[in-house]
Every structure is written in structure tokens, then in C-alpha cells.
Design a protein around this ligand. Structure first.
Ligand SMILES: [Zn+2]
Length: 419
């Protein structure tokens, strides 16, 4: 069989594996959150809180969509015309057109152009968040964060670009196989190291102070059968008033993190409710599920790029001879951008289902739907969320069930449990 035949077979196997993982690990049937309860919950929220949340979301909307459109246009313009190839050539010229310069500098140049053209929209978003009192960081801090993330992306991008184009050179017929394995391995590696290597670049993490709350949370984790080495507090208040918590990492790097803003704004019972939700993620191995689907998806993407990349009209549009050469990097980015946009709603749906399961876990573990609901109310109030966002936006972007859905789930649970 030819490499191309093997690639088709591999892609089919990867897609099948993704479907199996999706069918087995994603909780497709969600706990009930009747619409009638949602509407009742919406009526129970203070009208001025709902209005303020909606006003912020409306203020963010134009910039978000224009930014998305500009990002897509730039990707298509660079990838589907010879402009991207020109840019890569230009970046390699001072280095005698050496392939490493084209691969690394050219690749970074393509990403940087897209980043810089969408930068005004990021700044605009920050100005809106500041106006609404949600962002607490001045422009200096914002710029430092931005430069840090550029630097981190550049290091990661340089490594990936160098690795990828070395493989396409060494194995011109089989690079897709090595590339797919490398992409999957990178996703797994990043899941392990992000919490210890990347998160500390942006925030300081300190173990939660000894005290009744810490004792309560540790006992909760023990009762839940989830070994948690530590509950960490992130100094999120340096850039936002928003409250949040999350789990990240795998195995030895797994941690539960709460924002310092959460400890400041919420009652201890509400913090317990949030941590119970995070324990649900840990217990159901949601980080593993995300990592596994991410790894399979990345591998499938590499193989699909190889197959699509043999389509001559596409290569001719981009002014390149092969998808595997550095000059075709902008074409790769264009394809990945389009696929990312299409895959967005599916990812959001999967995420919402997983979040709804973690909510159900929090309700069962604490047996305290009233506090759970109070917490949802507070989350929406402090974070200025739209408690019941427009349907299309919700389907496209929402990674969590809406506030009214989460409140309705608590009410349905309370009825069921007779509380
Ligand atoms: Zn969650």
C-alpha cells in the first residue's frame, strides 16, 4: 500500500477512535434543568444584575465578532494566496533562504501578522472590561501579560516548527505518521506541564491558608475519594475582579486552584460548592478525557492536512509546490483556522455536558442545592455574565451551561432529593 493509502486508513482509525471516546467518555445525557425552572430562576435574579450582565455582553459583542472575522480573513488571505509564502520567503532572506530560518522565523512571522492585526480587538475588549470594572489591571500590566504570552508562544512555536519541518525533510513520504504521533505526544506533554511551567508565568499560586475552610475542603475531597495534594490560591485579583476555580494537570501535577477573588467574594459554603464541582472534574477524569480527545484530534488533523495538502488546486492558490514545505505554513494555518471554527460548537457542546456532570456531582456531594444556587447567582453577578444568553451565541461559544440552566438543575435536584 502507498503512504497515501496508509494515511487514509490511519485517518479513518483516528476518527473512529474519536467517535468511540466521545460515545464512551462524554456524558451525553445531562441531568434535568427544565426550561420552566430556568425562566423562574431568571425572574428571581435581580433585574439590575441581569441588565448589567447583558449590557457588558452587548458591549463586547461587536469587537468579538469583528475580531473573529478579521482573524479568519487574515488567515485565508495569507493561506489561500501567495502572500503567506512571500512572507515566509522574506523572513528567510537575511539568512540566505536557509530552510531553518524559513521554517522557524517564517512560521512565527505568519502567526505574528495575524496576532498583530487582531490585537486592536483584544485591546478594545480590555477597555470594555475596564470600563465595567471587571478588569483591574492597568495597560502596563496588560501589555506585560501580552508580551509574556507572545514569548511563550514563540518558544513553543519555534520548537514545533523546527520539529515538524525536520520531519518533513527527513521523511518526505511518511512525515504525516511521525507528525501525527508527535502532535498527539505534544498534547499529552502540555497537559502535564502547563500547570507547573506556564500557569506560574502569569499567576502566583500559594497553598490555601490553614483554617476551617481548608480543613473542610480537604475533608470534602477525602469523602469524595479524590486525593488532592493541595488546594492552591491564585492571585487572580491582579488582573480581574471575576471569580473562578479550576482543576488542571494530570497525575503528579494535578491541582485544584481557586481564585483569591472567590475567597474574597463568596461565603465559605459557596467556596465549598465550587470546589465540589472541581472535585467532580477530578473524579470523572475530565482532564484525561480532554487530553485524550485533544491528542486524537491533533493526530487526525495532521493526517488530514497531509491528505488535503495533496490537492493541487489548493497548492497552486497558495503558490507552493508541497504542503510539507515551510512556504506552505500559512496554508496550514488557514486550514486549521477554518476547521477550528467549524469544530468550535462541537467542543462547546462537549464542554457543557462535562460541566453539567460536574455540577451534578457538586450537588450530590454537598447535598446543598440552595448554596449551589446562591453560588451561581454570585458567579453571574460578579462576572457580569448574561444569565440566559442568546441561543445562537450559547450554542457556538458557551463552555458552561448558562446561569439559569445551572440554577434550574439545582432546583430539579432539590425536588428530586426532597430538600
Ligand atoms: Zn467546571
Amino acid at each position: 500500500m502507498t503512504p497515501r493509502g496508509w494515511a487514509v486508513l490511519t485517518l479513518a482509525a483516528l476518527v473512529l477512535a474519536l467517535l468511540v471516546v466521545g460515545a464512551l467518555l462524554v456524558p451525553w445525557s445531562r441531568p434535568p434543568a427544565p426550561r420552566a425552572d430556568q425562566l423562574a430562576a431568571l425572574r428571581d435574579l435581580p433585574a439590575d444584575q441581569v441588565a448589567r450582565g447583558r449590557a457588558l455582553q452587548a458591549a463586547l459583542r461587536p469587537g468579538r465578532y469583528t475580531g473573529l472575522a478579521v482573524g479568519l480573513l487574515v488567515a485565508l488571505l495569507l493561506g489561500l494566496t501567495p502572500l503567506g509564502a512571500r512572507l515566509v520567503e522574506l523572513a528567510g532572506r537575511p539568512f540566505g533562504d536557509h530552510w531553518i530560518a524559513r521554517a522557524v522565523l517564517g512560521g512565527i512571522a505568519v502567526v505574528l501578522v495575524a496576532d498583530l492585526l487582531t490585537l486592536p480587538f483584544a485591546a478594545w475588549r480590555q477597555s470594555v472590561l475596564t470600563r465595567y470594572g471587571l478588569a483591574t489591571q492597568g495597560w502596563g500590566g496588560w501589555t506585560v501579560d501580552l508580551l509574556k504570552s507572545y514569548a511563550l508562544s514563540a518558544v513553543l512555536a519555534a520548537t514545533v516548527l523546527l520539529g515538524f519541518y525536520t520531519v518533513t525533510r527527513l521523511a518526505p513520504r511518511w512525515w504525516w505518521a511521525f507528525g501525527a504521533a508527535g502532535a498527539a505526544g505534544l498534547v499529552v506533554l502540555l497537559s502535564f506541564v502547563l500547570p507547573v511551567l506556564v500557569e506560574p508565568v502569569f499567576n502566583r499560586f500559594t497553598p490555601m491558608e490553614q483554617g476551617p475552610l481548608r480543613t473542610e475542603l480537604t475533608a470534602l475531597a477525602a469523602r469524595d475519594g479524590v486525593p488532592v495534594r493541595d488546594v492552591l490560591v491564585a492571585d487572580a485579583s491582579r488582573r480581574t475582579r471575576a471569580v473562578n476555580a479550576y482543576v488542571s494537570g494530570l497525575g503528579p501535577t494535578r491541582r485544584v486552584v481557586v481564585y483569591d477573588t472567590l475567597l474574597r467574594e463568596a461565603t465559605p459554603a459557596e467556596v465549598t460548592s465550587v470546589v465540589a464541582h472541581e472535585l467532580g472534574h477530578a473524579r470523572d477524569r475530565d482532564v484525561w478525557t480532554g487530553t485524550l480527545t485533544g491528542a486524537l484530534g491533533a493526530a487526525a488533523a495532521v493526517v488530514a492536512l497531509y491528505l488535503v495538502g495533496s490537492w493541487t488546486p489548493l497548492l497552486r492558490r497558495a503558490g507552493v509546490d508541497s504542503i510539507a514545505e515551510p512556504r506552505a505554513f500559512a496554508l496550514l494555518i488557514a486550514l486549521v483556522t477554518v476547521v477550528g471554527l467549524v469544530a468550535g460548537p462541537v467542543q462547546a457542546l462537549v464542554s457543557r455536558r462535562i460541566e453539567a456532570r460536574a455540577d451534578a456531582h457538586a450537588l450530590a456531594l454537598t447535598g446543598d442545592p440552595a448554596t449551589f444556587e446562591a453560588m451561581q447567582r454570585r458567579l453571574a453577578g460578579v462576572n457580569l455574565a448574561d444569565p440566559d444568553p442568546p441561543r445562537a451565541e450559547y450554542l457556538w461559544f458557551a463552555s458552561h451551561p448558562s446561569t439559569v440552566e445551572r440554577m434550574a438543575a439545582a432546583r430539579a435536584y432539590a425536588r428530586e432529593a426532597g430538600r
